[in-house]
Design a protein around this ligand. Sequence first.
Ligand code: 26Q
Length: 847
Amino acid sequence: MPHNKFFTSKPKLLINQLPEQGMDKKDFIEDFKQYYVHLLGRDEDCCSPYYANEALSEAIRDRLMERWNDTRQLYRENDCRRLYYLSMEFLMGRTLSNAMLNLGVTDTVTQAMYDLGIEIEELIASEQDAGLGNGGLGRLAACFIDSCATLQLPVLGYGLRYEYGMFTQTIVNGEQVEKPDHWLRHGNVWEVKRIEYSHCIKFGGHTEVHTDNEGRQHFVWHSSCNVLAVPYDTPIPGYQNGTVNSLRLWKAVATEEFNLEEFNAGDYAEAVASKITAENITMVLYPNDANENGKELRLRQQYFLASASLQDVITRWVSVHGNHFSDFAAKNCFQLNDTHPSIAIAELMRLLVDHHHLSWNEAWTITRNTMAYTNHTLLPEALEKWPVKLMQQLLPRLMEIIFEINAHFLAEVSAHWPGDIARLRRMSIIEEGREKQVRMAYLAIVGSFSVNGVAQLHSQLLQQGLFREFYELWPYKFNNKTNGVTPRRWLASCNPELAQLITETIGDAWITDLTQLKRLEPYAENAQFRQRWREIKQTAKQRLIDYKKRKHPKALHLNVDAIFDVQVKRIHEYKRQVLNVLHVIYLYNQIKKHGKMHRVPRCVLIGGKAAPGYRMAKKTIKFINNVSEVINADPDTANQLCLLFLPDYRVSAMEKICPGADLSEQISTAGKEASGTGNMKLMMNGAITIGTLDGANIEIREEVGDKNFFLFGLTEEQIQSRSQHYDPVGIISQDEDLSDVMRLLESGHFNQCEPGLFDDIINSIKSPHDPWMTIADFRSYIDAQQRVEDAYRDQDHWTKMSIINCANSGQFSTDRTINEYNRDIWKLAPQVVKHQQPLSPSSQSKK
Ligand code: 26Q
């Protein structure tokens, strides 16, 4: 292979003596033209902003490259302890504007493009989202690596380079239609392929045991099908600090010898077909879908990520330390983003025992001191399990190792609770039953030194419920790390006008120390400040309307003076988008009954994707669209009430939605939403939350105070106790407004040409076994919405609440979250990069 050939003598490239790349306007203009003309072969007649985006991205990327090398070199020289963030998802969104912000060149480059007659907004908008994630968990990984780079922590993200990301959503006749997202079709300027760091991943075959002269057993994995993992690196710049970390994504490529064997046997077609099978592994991101559980390809993906990443770390380790692993756990730590990559626990054992000949106990001590696990869900049906049979077939050696881990673990449990057989069965990593299964969460707990939830309530419920017996055994492993979002993307970049006002008022230290926002609070009493705050919100609302109008003729119904009431997130029953729509129908009835005089105008915006196999979620989208159709077409609601479904909700859409939101809907059934992070983005941009005591809502309410939060609904404990004798039909009959809503719904008013269409939605909320208890929270939700309206009527009061929400969002920066991970789990020393960022003229003048 050409990349395995080395120079006979080291080339004299004198890389440290390269001239500094200029950071002035003229430098960007010059480089832009060079790339536009010489690399891309375009000229003035080319009218697609896509190529301008590409040319500018090349120019920006150039300026990250040396800093990237310097950072890598620094980590290598210092041989510092490192953290590897293992995640099946990195929902990065767009890269260009974030890179400009973190380099400190946004204003300069905007001017440069303006001088060339290019509207930077248009250029930025032509970048495709990197949609390599489903939602919260994937976006959290992206926010985390931004914060790690900003805090100068030696952290490397490991994930998969899916050829197809999250599907794009179109709406046809009110229904979701999925289109594949071939985001790499036109290439990706931000990635660098590093074929020299490829690794070989094995699947299938069987294991053989050999005993050596000293009686030691050696395991060999025979007759496997091998696939090559080829890394593609993306630079992750810190905020104006010279650090550039990496995100390393693996692509599956057929090995040359793998194809050759069949090829030489004359099976040309088979050789090509097997190449496709191998390369399928990283073809597509799996949607978060109960129906996709247990799919073999998903397990292949998980093992592919785990094995490639671990081999990568161990290869680097051996190149520096040789075959000595005594310091390995002191210098390396892996954070598992849910159980998805948790097969890494067994894979590390395999590599240490089978390849590096450590004893079981040595390897187990290292593994247990190296792995840390984050849980993101309380829903028992979402806990990952893999059939033992499938694992034996696909990963035979790993299944043996898991059995052995389990045997050692059960011995520990027996020692702790002698004779408690029932407990052994409950806690076993292997679930017995018709089909034996591996419980991945249990493997993750047993193999890790840290187990954390993502909000206080969630972590508490893990300890008291789902993982209670493990908590009893190892209380010290369990901890909480409340989620956050990066303020660079979710305030500084997506809301430049508000960011500017904040900076004028309290300086710009908030960008890397979000608790500084607290200093805005006194300005809530300043009429002039409130006025500017309100103007900025109104402008953002108008911009959102303009943006929607371009694609969405129905956006004509939007009115800047209305409450922009926003619920954007994956569609799921526990998130209760249906409750939101019941409220809209209630408002509709009120307008029909009493006329429009009494109400504050409201635009309800709902967006989100349904997993393709999740029937009720897809029906919910149809429901929202049908109700929207009827309500928006009714002249009585004009300028009073509108309901819009926002198609293809994704990272870049949220960047436009956040600044224009007034009200943030966080209405999940208490105890079901692990944390939520959209709640934090909206709060940071001055939206006020209407929410249940669930996930991070509880902590948001603690920060802003109960006067600045619209609370409703049963608590988690009440949900638990009421669920025994829940009678939604009784509740409906006792509540006139709710009866009216249900009557209209059941009359087929929203599905006149489609009889019975919403029966399953109606039946599910009327069922005494409805786990989401939508009807139980209806009245309390309607009352809270009435308080919203009353508050909004007093615009001055509302603006104060908005300022207070933003001012108290400091806790919800991922900088805080990452500092806590680092303090309690990772224990990394920040690495200050020498190559200090030359500040751009514009950012210098601001200081
Ligand atoms: C599982 C099996 C097969 C295929 C896909 C999956 C799968 C994929 C993605 C299962 C779950 C996910 C993603 C879960 C997720 O995003 N959870 C959210 O994580 C956020 C960050 O911690 C929390 O804020 C949310 O509360 C939580 O729902």
